[in-house]
Design a binder for this molecule. Structure first.
Ligand code: ZN
Length: 310
């Protein structure tokens, strides 16, 4: 039965498979706690992308936070699963400096982890995962199953597959990375207004469209205000090989009006629409005045909105 040659690798790999298939293990108080599955899916994705085996926690935290914010247990730090997974034999956390312990079996102080902790699959497991796309697929399917079913997060997440998890996380990571790279300003006009610390009407635009195979890497992104993003996506302008902005000859915007100051519209009446039944309902306007206007934009319409914090 035993096969000595592969024993060192099979043990932890088998354990990883059974860990990924034991759904109940992740429930806390009857509620699914998907921080570990999300962290493992993230790690499997890194293996597929041929990233280094160990990831500094500071890097992992940046990549995991948007995923955990969307699909993890609210209020749980990225360090939770990253640290606790190491008790399973297929995962390790190495330290490049002191990691002072906290009380109980809690993870070390997050500030120390950011400075000194690196984590990932153990060497033998990593080797097997790297060599076996089908093993990775099996594990992904098992873990995806844990992001479905009864959960404490948004109802929409129940039907989302890992692809959606990944896309949402990458959209946010992409946006953050692009803004970080360029500063949170439109590269055309310099628009960079913020409200409560969040950029408004500013997008991370893909240079090559995702639908055309464009990546979510920073080098495929530019911060553009919503206006210039639309013009850019419509092909009104581009940049030459010498990186000079070139405008399509068909474009005319002289005497077509300028982007006006909001203050110019102070006091204007909300007109239309032509169909009276389509008019904005007073109950909705009242809600907006109370919950959005009065709180100066602190209300978030959707956790998936493009106005996510950058
Ligand atoms: Zn702009």
């Amino acid at each position: 039965m035993s096969m000595p040659r592969v024993e060192t690798a099979e043990g932890p790999v088998d354990h990883l498979v059974s860990f990924c298939s034991s759904l109940r293990r992740y429930t806390r108080g009857g509620i699914r706690a998907p921080n570990k599955p999300v962290t493992l899916l993230w790690a499997l994705d890194r293996v597929a992308r041929e990233e280094p085996r160990l990831t500094p926690f500071a890097v992992a935290e940046v990549e995991l936070r948007p995923l955990l914010d969307t699909f993890g247990t609210p209020g749980t730090a990225a360090s939770y699963a990253f640290w606790r997974l190491r008790s399973n034999g297929f995962w390790e956390v190495t330290q490049t400096g002191p990691l002072p312990a906290r009380s109980g079996d809690k993870e070390p102080l997050i500030t120390a982890m950011r400075r000194h902790a690196e984590g990932g699959f153990t060497e033998s497991v990593h080797r097997r995962l790297k060599a076996s796309p089908s093993l990775r697929e099996t594990l992904e399917r098992l873990l995806e199953g844990q992001l479905e079913g009864p959960s404490m997060y948004s109802p929409a997440s129940k039907s989302n597959s890992w692809q959606t998890v990944r896309r949402l996380g990458r959209d946010r990571a992409f946006r953050s990375a692009v803004f970080r790279a360029y500063g949170s300003r439109c590269v055309v006009c310099g628009w960079g207004a913020k409200l409560n610390g969040r950029s408004l009407a500013l997008d991370a635009a893909h240079i090559r469209a995702v639908s055309a195979g464009g990546s979510n890497d920073v080098d495929n992104g530019l911060p553009l205000c919503s206006f210039h993003h639309q013009l850019f996506d419509a092909g009104v302008f581009t940049w030459s090989a010498k990186r000079r902005l070139m405008i399509h000859p068909a474009w005319q915007d002289r005497d077509r009006g300028e982007m006006p100051s909001l203050l110019d519209h102070q006091g204007e009446v909300l007109l239309g629409p032509s169909m009276r039944r389509d008019r904005a309902a007073e109950v909705n306007l009242a809600w907006h005045r109370t919950h959005v206007f009065a709180s100066r934009g602190r209300f978030r319409f959707s956790q998936h909105s493009s106005a996510a914090p950058s």
